[in-house]
Design a protein around this ligand. Structure first.
Ligand SMILES: *Cc1c(COP(=O)(O)O)cnc(C)c1O
Length: 371
């Protein structure tokens, strides 16, 4: 099976993890702090807080931002459910904005219409590693005094108009280090920020809401969690981070190979390379012009050992969301997208001949589907 994504672990990664196992610290310790420092430097921000998953990172960012019951938060339906699940977890109400069919990101021109007196924040998701139109989004946020939390779980290492994702003027930016993401710690995540107040709140919330007072006593002041990353994972993260730019370069090359192989196929819509931003190429998503064929192509590829996948069914179309109040929501572009998208394998260790094999299967299907 050629998976749609997978980790790439080197001998150095293994050595880095083995070293930690011989030392005194297994839980949060020197490697976590070093990993945070390296991540902050990479993203050109002062503060990074490493946590146990991207989902935990979203939860803490929303809590640190003060989101709570009664608040509306505008986000995209084209994301992993965790983006809006954690909004529900803090009691906030996700408001889904339709997407653009050029980038599959939320359509910033439709944002302002969704703002009400209860709107508190915007959560843009850089889908597939392609940055959202952040200039427009940040301008709208400033005008209406809204918090911006970027879900950059696909976009570590991506850039927007020459600036690294995470270094823009948003309040906080969230990453995931799950095995399929740009770099991995097994499970893991981080929140990065320019703001010292958020930073201090995140540290407190990560560790039960407890801090040591001047007398050296542990005092709990807010309801926190145990969302800490282990030093074992952080050592892997530090080692992986050194290869991040190389990983992204390889992913971009895979995307170019797909473009070369598939660009002349009428029935397939390829992702549009976007001016002014550098995608992290986290996912390679094609669209099938005739949506009736999408599921058949998906099954056809699966049968040939190709781990094609669907990213994503609209968040609002999951049974849980239908049940809690999104029963009739159908956003026009999102509907077109979710029934025509198909993710082809894309990761740093994918070989040219594997890409050719995948494209050969796609072409064969297109040539023969009506027979
Ligand atoms: C992976 C992902 C998450 C969740 O990250 P985990 O580390 O798996 O908890 C959240 N949002 C998006 C867009 C993701 O791709």
């Amino acid at each position: 099976m050629i998976p749609y994504s997978r980790q790439s672990i080197s001998k150095q990664d293994i050595r880095a993890v083995q070293q930690v196992l011989r030392l005194d610290w297994l839980t949060q310790g020197p490697n976590v702090f070093a990993f945070e420092k390296a991540l902050a430097r990479y993203c050109r921000v002062p503060y990074a807080v490493a946590v146990s998953s991207g989902t935990a990172a979203l939860h803490l960012a929303y809590l640190a931002a003060g989101l709570k019951k009664g608040d509306e938060v505008i986000t995209t339906p084209n994301t992993f459910v965790a983006t809006s699940n954690m909004l529900l977890a803090v009691g906030a109400e996700p408001v889904f904005c339709d997407i653009r069919l050029e980038t599959y990101n939320l359509d910033e021109t439709k944002l302002e219409n969704l703002i009400t007196r209860r709107t508190k924040a915007i959560v843009p998701v850089h889908f597939a590693g392609q940055p959202c139109e952040m200039d427009a989004i940040l301008k709208i946020a400033k005008k209406h005094k809204l918090i911006v939390v970027e879900d950059a779980c696909h976009a570590l290492g991506a850039s927007y108009r020459g600036n690294k994702i995470g270094s823009l003027s948003s309040d906080m930016t969230v990453f995931s280090f799950h095995a399929v993401k740009a770099i991995t710690t097994g499970e893991g995540g981080a929140v990065i920020t320019n703001n010292r107040q958020y930073y201090k709140r995140l540290l407190l919330l990560r560790s039960h809401g407890i801090y040591k007072n001047l007398q050296g006593k542990n005092v709990m002041t807010v309801l926190g969690y145990n969302y800490r990353l282990t030093d074992i994972q952080a050592a892997l993260g530090l080692s992986q981070l050194k290869k991040l730019d190389w990983f992204i370069a390889k992913r971009r090359r895979v995307a170019e190979w797909y473009r070369e192989e598939l660009k002349d196929i009428e029935e397939i819509i390829l992702p549009t390379p976007h001016e002014g931003s550098g995608s992290a190429c986290h996912l390679y998503v094609i669209r099938v012009r005739n949506p009736k064929l999408r599921d058949r192509l998906w099954a056809y590829l699966q049968k040939r050992g190709i781990g094609a996948n669907l990213h994503y069914p609209a968040v609002y179309s999951h049974p849980y969301y239908r049940k809690i109040g999104y029963r009739n929501l159908r956003l026009p572009n999102e509907e077109i997208y979710q029934h025509s998208c198909l993710t082809l394998p894309c990761h740093p260790t994918l070989k040219r001949n594997q890409v050719e094999y995948v494209c050969g299967a796609v072409k064969n299907f297109i040539k023969n589907y009506d027979l």
